[in-house]
Design a protein around this ligand. Structure first.
Ligand code: PBG
Length: 336
């Protein structure tokens, strides 16, 4: 405590730089804010199931539905009104086989949903997730060898066909998520050979074998009969490897790269952005959304506050954009 008769030298013990001056009002905080979240920073994922007549709730992802081939259209239109500029589409197939061939058939589910999305919202950036796990009867991300492993080289041949179907249907961006070696080059070559030189590739460059995809597998109906994805998705213990994976995808022709999941991999996001200075996206995955929703339902977290804090953490860590199931909720708050 300061006493009246003390000499000025004692004032040296008081803080000279006071950081709290910068936080003293809403306006002060606003002019000093370093990072900003805008609706166009978010990409909204949609699940579209064939042969259902009504949208179906996903129990582990409150507020997210498996939409019908019609019901997803007004959702995209609403997203557009809210200022969101891009959606990523996942088909939920009823025509599964060993290879996931419906995904590279003209008239197949992927072809139909991309067409309908593009026709109804031509200004939106339509992203087609390119993978097979939603279309194979065993749930893996490509056809299996006789030893039960995903056959890398057949998968990248098929994924090139899938990418061409999606591009022809109107996809602006192809996002290969299978973590097969050479998949980006295979897609780039096929797109170029077929005249789709303007179709971009957003590579799931550093995608980890994560427990946080659990709710997605219910949503997309792509649980594994047996095994796991550790022979193609990355080991959560590795960081340097993410830089090599990303470097390869850039060399192979990726226009944008992605880190996935988000919250447990903010260090990777930061390192990837620092190392390559590429347009860098992060996938705030189903399990991250489920955690937040579950805690909020129990009254343990305030959903809006925790959500906005989570989303800005991605921007702070270097993300140019965020694929997130929170996109509509967050846009509503931002537009208020
Ligand atoms: C398909 C794919 C998955 C996700 C996106 N694309 C599932 C997986 O790899 O098992 C997960 C997205 C999420 O959990 O929100 N390969």
């Amino acid at each position: 405590m300061l006493k009246p008769k003390e000499t000025p030298s004692n004032f040296a013990d008081l803080p000279f730089t006071r950081m709290r001056r910068r936080r003293s009002s809403d306006a002060m905080r606003a002019i000093l804010r370093e990072n900003h979240l805008r609706p166009e920073d978010m990409i909204y994922p949609l699940f579209i199931e064939e042969e259902i007549t009504e949208r179906a709730a996903i129990s582990s992802m409150p507020g997210v539905y498996r939409e019908t081939e019609r019901s997803f259209v007004p959702i995209i239109q609403q997203a557009q009104k809210d200022g969101i500029k891009s959606v990523i589409l996942f088909g939920v197939s009823r025509h599964k086989d060993h290879e996931g061939s419906d995904s590279f058939k003209r008239g197949g589910l992927l072809d139909r949903i991309v067409k309908r999305a593009k026709d109804s919202c031509p200004e939106m950036v339509i992203i087609a997730d390119a993978c097979f796990c939603e279309y194979t009867d065993h749930g893996h991300c490509g056809p299996l060898t006789q030893h039960g492993e995903v056959d890398n080289d057949r998968t990248i041949e098929n994924i090139a066909k899938q990418a061409v179907v999606a591009a022809a249907a109107g996809a602006d961006v192809i996002a290969p998520s299978g973590m097969m070696d050479g998949q980006v080059r295979s897609i780039r070559n096929a797109l170029d050979e077929n005249g789709f030189t303007n179709t971009a590739i957003m590579a799931y460059a550093a995608k980890y074998a994560s427990g946080f995809y659990g709710p997605f597998r219910e949503a997309a109906g792509c649980g594994l009969g047996k095994g796991n994805r550790k022979t193609y998705q990355m080991d959560p213990a590795n960081g340097n490897e993410a830089l090599q994976e990303t470097a390869l995808d850039i060399e192979e022709g990726a226009d944008m790269v992605m880190v996935k999941p988000g919250l447990p991999y903010l260090d990777i996001l930061w390192r990837v952005k620092e190392a390559f200075q590429m347009p860098t996206f992060v996938y705030n995955v189903s399990g991250e959304y489920a955690m937040l929703k579950a805690a909020a339902e129990k009254g343990w977290l305030d959903y809006d506050t925790a959500m906005m804090e989570m989303l800005i953490s991605f921007k702070r860590a270097g993300a140019d954009g965020i694929l997130t199931y929170c996109a509509l909720d967050a846009a509503k708050i931002l537009n208020e």
